[in-house]
Design a protein. Structure first.
Length: 614
């Protein structure tokens, strides 16, 4: 006798043998007990989960002589007996009451017309003629329309069972006339248990880890798992395995990337080791693994970390106990937001990699970019989690830009010099310009601005506007004005406070790193006005910010001492004399000044006789 594959040899022959579909088998058995059998059914679900098998058992049960004649058997057992003439004919494949129809190859209108002709004839033996149409979604629209009338008013002896993996492709006019049963994916534990029973009956010695890997590869399909098991047995015949078929043997056959290589990726991320990451990429490429498949498995690897972070348990991770323990040990290297960012990058990279030619280079680059997520590079090129204190963080608007030398203020047409690391001299002629070095605040007419290259740098506009607005709302102390409660010259106070202004933006960034976001929001609305005898004065123009900062004054003073490395006292004052209308006016003034100094705007005004309206 010829060999019969495992998937056919161990195919269920009773409702009770169908795995993980109790919600369907129980409903069908109740319908058989009560005699409430419908004329149309749709079985939908993943491949290899029992759709066609359940349809065959159902067809055999409705024509089983014992089910028809023995009321007690039908009520208590509700299974095809397998011994009557109808059941024997079905097993032998000679039953005329059950017809299987492949819609993938018979999807034309003529095929459906022939089926309609056959439906008119009653059963030869038994009670019903059952038509099982597999892959019914492959029928054409015209074929569905031709079948509609027959399905709506079928003969009393006809039962139609449609099996499909794509329910959404079936027209609503068809599915609404049938009872729909959705077959679910088979859990991994049940697949592993079923494979263990098969191996015991076949006298095959195989490890539990190997069966677990087969179940994972099957992805919820029992038929796929049985086919893989057949392949594994054939692959291992004739070899001496003292401990049976091992996990590694199955992994080699299936070309499956072991979990250790995914842990090597996350270890390289945690240790900031690009060389180790490139070694993983080289291993994947040299061993012929599919890069896209590796990235998909890597996403699943990160998903297991998210399970640990959210459930604090590894019970939902479909791995062996040793691998679950490894996940728990490695989970402390990352955080949930960081893992989600890595998954997002991998998902995007997987889409892009399908359309790239340089697979090796792109694949290596994708893995190296994961290190950048954990250890972002600063502007200086050094990789690490801390930001360089000498440079402001890119993408964040500085609170107060540093002051250039006085010469740059006197000659607006010259570019600003590089950033100074020591406090520059205080300009005596025009101290107001200290808070906005990139904007000339001459009272002369704006028509005297030097010619510029057409085009506008909008980011610089925003910086100028914000800094100008702050300067106008909080004018610095002039030599002729008197500061409340101050006994020292205002110029000396301004010169001293410049030391703090130079690194004020970096100080705010350090607070952001410590999650003081609300505190930084209030500080950005304030201004450093003076510093004398170790006392730094912070002026608030908003009462709410003043009240909030006053409550955190001690903590803020400690942060200042820690950042600047000097002993200092902090004084917070509220200036309620600020007029918001004056501030708004200065904003519009700056808009007009910047617009009039732009070559494109001046050209439009000159050529078309326009005017600025604001």
């Amino acid at each position: 006798m010829s060999y019969q594959v495992i998937a056919r040899k161990y195919r269920p022959r009773k409702f009770s043998e169908i795995t993980a579909q109790e919600h369907i088998t129980h409903t069908i058995q109740n319908a058989l007990r009560l005699g409430r059998v419908g004329h149309g059914y749709i079985f939908s679900g993943l491949r290899g989960v029992g759709k066609t098998t359940a349809a065959r058992i159902f067809a055999k049960a409705v024509n089983c002589h014992r089910m028809i004649e023995d009321e007690t058997y039908r009520q208590e057992v509700t299974e095809p007996c397998g011994e009557c003439e109808s059941c024997r004919d079905f097993e032998a494949g000679t039953s005329l009451n059950i017809s299987e129809f492949d819609a993938a190859s018979n999807n034309s209108v003529d095929d459906i017309r022939q089926l309609r002709e056959n439906v008119r004839y009653g059963p030869q033996k038994g009670r019903y003629r059952v038509y099982i149409i597999d892959e019914v979604h492959m029928l054409s629209t015209a074929a569905f329309n031709a079948f509609l009338k027959t399905l709506e008013e079928p003969p009393a002896h006809a039962i139609f069972i449609f099996a499909t993996t794509e329910l959404h492709k079936i027209p609503a006019t068809i599915s609404s006339r049938c009872q729909r049963f959705n077959f679910k994916r088979i859990p991994l534990a049940l697949i592993q248990s079923q494979l263990q029973q098969i191996c015991r009956q076949e006298q095959i010695d195989i490890s539990d880890d190997a069966l677990l890997l087969i179940g994972r590869k099957a992805q919820g399909s029992m038929r796929d798992a049985q086919s893989i098991l057949d392949q594994v047995i054939a692959f291992s015949i004739g070899e001496n395995h003292e401990e049976g078929i091992s996990y590694q043997r199955v992994a080699d056959l299936l070309n499956y990337v072991d979990d250790e290589h995914f842990f090597a990726v996350t270890d390289a991320m945690a240790e900031n080791d690009p060389a180790a990451m490139l070694q993983v990429a080289r291993y994947v490429i040299d061993n012929g693994y599919d890069e896209l498949d590796f990235l998909e498995k890597l996403i699943e690897h990160f998903r297991n970390f998210l399970i640990l972070y959210n459930l604090r348990s590894a019970r939902l991770i479909e791995r062996t106990d040793a691998i679950k323990k490894r996940y728990q040990e490695s989970a402390g290297h990352f955080t949930a937001p960081l893992v989600m960012e890595c998954m997002d990058r991998l998902l995007q990279a997987s889409k892009e990699l399908k359309f790239q030619f340089e697979y090796q280079f792109r694949f290596e680059l994708i893995l190296l970019q994961l290190i950048e997520v954990v250890h972002p590079r600063t502007q200086g090129g050094q990789s690490g989690k801390k930001k360089a204190p000498e440079q402001p963080v890119s993408g964040k608007r500085p609170a107060d830009p540093p002051q250039p030398p006085a010469d740059a203020l006197r000659v607006p047409s010259q570019p600003s010099p590089p950033r100074q690391t020591v406090p520059p001299p205080v300009p005596q002629q025009n101290p107001e310009s200290s808070s906005a070095p990139s904007v000339s605040r001459s009272p002369a007419s704006t028509s005297g601005h030097p010619e510029r290259t057409p085009g506008v740098n909008f980011s610089s506009w925003q910086d100028k506007l914000v800094n100008f607005s702050r300067k106008s709302a909080h004018p610095p102390v002039k030599a002729s004005s008197s500061s409340a409660g101050a006994s020292h010259p205002p110029a000396a106070a301004v010169a001293e406070v410049e030391k703090f202004r130079l690194e004020w933006n970096q100080f705010l960034e350090s607070l952001l790193d410590k999650k003081y976001k609300i505190l930084v929001t209030h500080l950005r609305s304030c201004e450093l006005t003076s510093c004398h005898d170790g006392e730094l004065v912070l002026s608030c123009s908003r009462k709410f910010s003043y009240e909030e900062l006053t409550q955190d004054a001690d903590m803020l003073a400690d942060e200042l001492r820690s950042f600047y490395g000097i002993s200092i006292r902090l004084s917070i004052c509220y200036d309620e004399g600020k007029d918001s209308s004056t501030r708004e006016q200065t904003v519009f003034t700056l808009f007009r000044e910047l617009a009039e100094s732009n070559d494109v705007v001046r050209y439009l005004i000159r050529e078309f006789g326009g005017e600025l309206v604001y």
